[in-house]
Design a protein around this ligand. Sequence first.
Ligand SMILES: Nc1ncnc2c1ncn2[C@@H]1O[C@H](COP(=O)(O)OP(=O)(O)OP(=O)(O)O)[C@@H](O)[C@H]1O
Length: 364
Amino acid sequence: MSDRTVVPPYAPSLTDERETLPQEARALIVLNPFAGQAAALRQNVAAARDVWLAHGWTVDVETTRLAGDGARLAREAALHGYDVVVAAGGDGTINEVVNGLAGTRAALAALPVGTVNVWVRELGLPLEPRAAAEALLQARRRRIDLGRAGDRYFLLMAGIGFDAAVVNEVRSEEKRRLGALAYVVRAFDLALRYRGRRARITLDGRVIRGRVLLVVIGNSQLYGGVFKITARACIDDGLLDVCIIKGDSLAEAPLRLLSILRQRYNLDPRIEYHRARTIRIATRGALPVQVDGDQSGFTPMTFTVAPGALYALLPHTPPADDLLRAAPPRRRRVWQRMIGWMVRRAVLPDEAGRRGAPAASHQV
Ligand SMILES: Nc1ncnc2c1ncn2[C@@H]1O[C@H](COP(=O)(O)OP(=O)(O)OP(=O)(O)O)[C@@H](O)[C@H]1O
């Protein structure tokens, strides 16, 4: 377990499905003073706080002193009866707050004051903090699923392989200076030398073998705030979406990216898309794992879903609504499916180098 997060056990004892917060809601803002562009941070948080105070909420603010404080503060807030805990930071701070709130009655909210703000973008909330605070007043309180990577919860996704290696290489000074561009610079730098690694991926008991560049296990859809890798993920379906990108070198990355953007997942023989409750990933040599954009251990690791483990404030807008509705699988014609099947059988070697790795039955 990561020593900087407090991870309570999931207790599926929540029954209250109230849709909106009470007019006189109690909110705690958990502020990471180092998140995003720190200069305007306190001013932005104060502006959001004023919006909520004017609406009748009671709003307290706690500042994190160390990494890991977010989980503790959120947990304590839930125990003290706060209705909502607002993560004022990036997705790393949201992840900490989520780890404190899982299994409690307090709802998660977030302000766009981090570097990338994937969760805020995923929900379609305004990226201006005061406007986001206003939009959150109209939001509904909903139960959603969380993923677990080992014993750490995640809200967005876990990445195994290339992206986690990039996260490991980005230094915090670089992130402060360049913002989201720091990831792009590191990704280009690493891409030239990165090689796929042999992996054994077990999806609810079904085994897939092959050389993988990246596996993304998505609870939600948006990846890195830019595009969707697990585009069919639904945040309350009790399942995780798994996108496996196979290959040896990132020279093929543009082709893979094109297939992902067009959602041609199982038509491209190098991209498999599945849904599962439990995913076990073992690799030849340890591979780094990132959860919600922060480094979080190495393979082998087991990933599970915790259905309905978190209350969250979700706005009434299309992007958030899409997350609550699983996108139907794209219809493929019979000849397309046959070609996909034949190419997979002919092209993809399994771990022992044999051609014809079996296709899993729960592809979507
Ligand atoms: N007081 C603190 N001192 C040091 N680290 C902290 C503190 N509070 C939180 N952290 C850690 O800082 C990390 C990065 O913060 P966070 O993700 O919130 O901001 P960001 O990196 O600017 O945004 P994004 O995730 O959108 O890129 C988190 O993993 C969190 O654990």
